[in-house]
Design a protein around this ligand. Structure first.
Ligand code: GTP
Ligand code: IMP
Ligand code: MG
Length: 338
């Protein structure tokens, strides 16, 4: 019998849906013994608000505060920038006992960052984060780039992330895979070339940490109550900056500080995302922005009628249940619906 203990958290739109916050909330409820980061690399920025302090995490899994006894790993499919990784490990108070960067993680070097930032097409047409991710990935594909086991700066924190994940699965313990970027930024399923440098849908997130499909218990697709997109590319029903500010939908990128563009929730995109990820449950962040009366609420019973009706309309329109909603930036500000 194959143990099905793995939950995958994947972005449903164009990134920045609030995956970091949902990972933290789901981890505090499901108590995984391992949380594994998947996705591209340091182009991602997951915002965690803990005890009123805000962290923009680019490498380390986002459950560090909400699931302190877990082991945190970075899968071999994820690019690592050694300076960013070690700085985060130290800032977040992790040690070699609870973090493992897989031996095979490809390394982002300074020249990758310089190369991307000098590339007009990437920086101005695509709107890349300039984090060196695409350039490092290209070197890795050409089998000429370094990997974590060769990096002396990382030595203390390098290990067998895949083995740690499978140890937990064998013991029938919960494992959480934290995706970054999102479905419509995928190199395969996004709007090429306005996309990131890799596929970032659920099946690739599993491959990033070495987990096959039969171990998957749930795929939670994370949506936001409205859509945001940072960088260039098409955004259907995009609203003006003035309207964004009026509605309280204005946001700024965690990695680059750029303003995010916005559009209303889109059922057509949501359904396609559910299909591409075989999602079993939905998480929706920023519901408090649409319904200010639910701000900070943690119990389903305290949600307003109009908010409950809206959640029902999401379930009816998408065809799968809403597992949880975000009512504020803090992981604690989450309502689990079932
Ligand atoms: P990427 O991997 O870069 O796509 O990031 P992400 O999905 O983790 O999202 P990111 O943290 O970049 O952006 C989400 C923003 O919304 C952050 O500023 C969060 O603090 C905030 N946020 C998340 N959930 C909620 C919520 O339920 N309510 C409110 N008001 N803010 C939220
Ligand atoms: P790159 O992956 O940094 O080259 O960026 C390519 C495109 O994906 C740009 O439009 C970026 O803004 C976008 N992007 C990459 N990573 C993220 C993310 O984590 N959140 C949101 N957008 C992202
Ligand atoms: Mg982000």
């Amino acid at each position: 019998m194959t143990n099905q203990t793995v939950t995958v958290i994947v972005g449903g739109f164009y990134g920045d849906e609030g995956k970091g916050k949902i990972v933290a909330a789901v981890a505090s409820r499901e108590k995984p013994t391992v949380v594994a980061r998947a996705g591209v690399g340091t182009n991602a920025g997951h915002t965690i608000v803990h005890e009123n302090k805000k962290y923009g995490i680019r490498q380390i899994p986002s459950a560090v505060f909400d699931c302190p006894d877990a082991k945190f790993v970075i899968g071999p499919g994820v690019l690592v920038d050694p300076i960013i990784a070690v700085t985060e490990i130290k800032t977040l108070g992790l040690t070699k006992d609870n973090i493992a960067i897989d031996n095979h993680c490809p390394i982002i070097e300074d020249h990758h960052i310089t190369q991307e930032r000098a590339n007009y097409n990437l920086m101005h047409k695509i709107g890349s984060t300039g984090s060196g991710s695409g350039a490092a990935w290209a070197d890795h594909v050409m089998r000429s780039g370094p990997i974590a086991r060769d990096n002396t700066f990382l030595t203390e924190f390098v290990g067998d992330a895949v083995g740690i994940v499978h140890g937990a699965i064998e013991r029938n313990e919960n494992v959480l895979i934290e995706g970054t970027q999102a479905t419509f930024l995928s190199l395969y399923h996004g709007e090429y070339p306005w996309c990131t440098s890799k596929d970032v849908c659920a099946s690739s997130l599993c491959a990033d940490v070495g987990v096959g499909p039969l171990h998957i218990k749930d795929v939670i697709v994370v949506f936001k109550a409205f859509i945001t997109r940072v960088g260039n590319g098409y955004l259907e029903n995009e609203i003006s900056v003035e309207e964004m500010k009026e509605r309280g939908w204005d946001e700024y990128g965690t990695v680059t500080g750029r303003p995010r563009r916005a559009a209303p929730f889109d059922f057509k995109l949501a359904k396609k995302s559910i299909m591409l990820n075989s999602a079993s449950k939905i998480a929706i962040c920023k519901v408090d922005v649409l319904f200010p009366e639910v701000e900070g609420i943690t119990e389903k019973e305290h949600l307003s009628t109009r908010c409950l009706e809206w959640i029902k309309s999401i379930e009816d329109g998408c065809g799968i249940p809403v597992y949880c909603i975000g009512t504020g930036p803090d992981a604690k500000h989450t309502v689990f619906m079932c």
